[in-house]
Design a protein around this ligand. Structure first.
Ligand code: PA5
Length: 443
């Protein structure tokens, strides 16, 4: 049984039999495959379908890369970036770069932007390091990672020659389609496949997330085990009241129906900041369509209490808040007593910092409730692979149920094409001649 706890008692929502029925039906659709987007349901059973041999194969490839390079550049965007980044940041010491003896290679990310300065500074920084790359793109045609890969591939080939480059570059892509697959086959890169029926933002537990994380030394077996337990804890046979994903989906949908328009995800642990980013993609791309959907926003606390806190407390009353709370910190630091007590903090002497953090969390929750911001609380026992794996699947399952409750196809993203068409037209990509003429006339 997964140890994640969901508290909806401060949401102000009273669950009705109709809500329960709708949630059970929505969850059942994910299993029957009769809902919209049913060709992208591979993530539902993904954790339980990953075998020990799959994990071993990924770990073996990761070990090979670790032996070759002290910096591995992971190239991808959106769902081909955020899952690995989120788990890596959660599992890492934020000050790791300052440690004298780094454990294993440093993982860097590229292809998640088109910034010339970013790519230049990365290449400068890795000059004295031995490098390898993992290039990730399901479609194999996404512009941002394709540009970054062209540059990093050239750098690797310049340094090590074409033959050795094929030992230092690993591709993660579709089994048959796309330019990356063609390139990987032609160059002889080791390749991992992204299943056809798993969309980008649901792909963190495929090699998209698992390979980079294994390279960074994350225990991917435990990550998958945590997700697998959550898969069982949110299965179609689980009673509604015991299914945290179904409860979360129902409450946020009811609050949306009542007029809330923005859901803020927050945590008092800065290591979870990129979990927020991953969650924003998951919910933003899955629900934000057909003129509907809660806008997913995020805060890192307590830092953002000193910026966004004012708005949350007293701005437009269109917010709900979900807090990821961590029951047990990994380390113990106590506040010391000071003879002069000039800062007036001796009343806290002897207390652990986490006790103060906990009181901040509680105090903020009460203040926000008083300010008309309903609160949901997701508690995980600790920040470790098992708990994070469970958390990821909890949000994925809730997203599938929530999208169906909202009445959208949670598994497509037609809206992300609009900017691409304009960008290609502006860049005069062959095939876009008419669009180029039209867009230039608008400038
Ligand atoms: O969720 C999605 O499908 C998208 O955000 C993609 O992950 C993103 O656009 C990257 O696509 P690809 O992996 O095809 O390069």
């Amino acid at each position: 049984m997964n140890a994640l706890k969901l508290d909806i008692t401060k949401s102000g929502v009273t669950i009705t039999p109709d809500m329960e029925k709708a949630a059970l039906e929505a969850n059942a659709l994910l299993y029957s495959g009769k809902g919209a987007g049913n060709d992208f349901l591979g993530w539902v059973h993904l954790p339980s379908s990953i075998s020990a041999a799959d994990i071993e194969a990924i770990e073996a490839e990761a070990a090979r890369l670790r032996a070759k390079a002290d910096v591995v550049i992971c190239i991808g965007i959106g769902g081909s970036y955020l899952g690995a980044k989120a788990v890596l940041e959660a599992m890492s010491d934020p000050f790791r770069l300052l440690h004298k003896a780094p454990q294993g290679p440093t993982l860097l990310f590229a292809g998640q932007n088109i910034s010339e300065d970013y790519i230049h500074e990365m290449l400068e920084a890795v000059k004295e390091h031995s490098i390898a790359a993992i290039v990730i793109s399901k479609s194999g045609t996404t512009t941002e990672p394709a540009i970054a890969f062209r540059i990093i591939k050239a750098e690797i080939e310049r340094r090590y020659g074409k033959r050795e480059a094929a030992e230092r570059i690993v591709a993660v892509t579709d089994k048959a389609r796309g330019a990356l697959k063609t390139l990987a086959t032609q160059e002889g890169y080791p390749t991992f496949i992204i299943p056809d029926d798993v969309g980008g933002r649901f792909s963190v537990l495929t090699p998209v997330g698992l390979l980079p994380l294994a390279v960074a030394g994350v225990n991917i077996g435990e990550l998958v085990r945590g997700a697998r337990e959550m898969e069982h804890a949110t299965g179609e046979d689980v009673p509604f009241a015991e299914n945290p994903s179904a409860l979360y989906a129902v409450v946020r949908n009811e609050l949306y129906r009542q007029g809330k328009r923005i859901e803020i995800l927050g945590s008092y642990e800065p290591k979870l900041q990129y979990i927020n980013e991953w969650w924003k993609q998951l919910y933003g791309e899955s629900e934000g369509k057909d003129g509907k959907g809660l806008f997913p926003a995020s805060v890192t606390l307590t830092a953002d209490l000193h910026s966004m806190g004012q708005y949350i407390q007293q701005g437009e009353r269109i917010l709900l808040e979900t807090i990821i709370s961590v029951a047990k910190p990994a380390h113990e630091v106590r506040i010391e007593s000071d003879a002069e007590n000039l800062d007036g903090l001796n009343y806290l002497a002897g207390k652990r910092i986490s006790e103060v953090n906990r009181m901040a969390e509680l105090g903020v929750q009460m203040a926000h409730l008083d300010g008309g911001v309903p609160n949901l609380r997701v508690e995980i026992p600790a920040i470790d692979e098992h708990a994070i794996g469970g958390l990821l699947y909890f949000f994925e399952k809730a997203c599938g149920i929530s999208g169906y409750l909202l009445g959208v196809n949670p598994f497509d993203q037609p809206g992300v094409e609009a900017y691409k068409k304009n960008m290609f037209a502006l860049l005069e990509k062959p095939g876009y001649e008419e669009a180029t003429k039209a867009i230039k006339a608008r400038l």
